[in-house]
Design a protein around this ligand. Sequence first.
Ligand SMILES: [Zn+2]
Length: 86
Amino acid sequence: MEEIVYTIVNFLMSGTEYQTFCKCAKCRRDIIALSLNKLPSHYVTTDEGRNRIYEQLNTPENRQWINKRIISAIHVIGKYPQHDTK
Ligand SMILES: [Zn+2]
């Protein structure tokens, strides 16, 4: 799940839609952490398990569901950045 969220966050943040949001490393990490807190972790211990979960999560419905949570995290962090806006 962490890999998927990481990929999606970087993808969304590089798009034009989120141009106005802070893209520093701290905000990205906060967005990823906040998203992960709202999503099931799906920890796995083997590569085989990882591939299985990845396939399970990588369906259009699941990706849309994950996207929604990430987008809400982007907005929360964008509104209340965890650092000074100097
Ligand atoms: Zn920032």
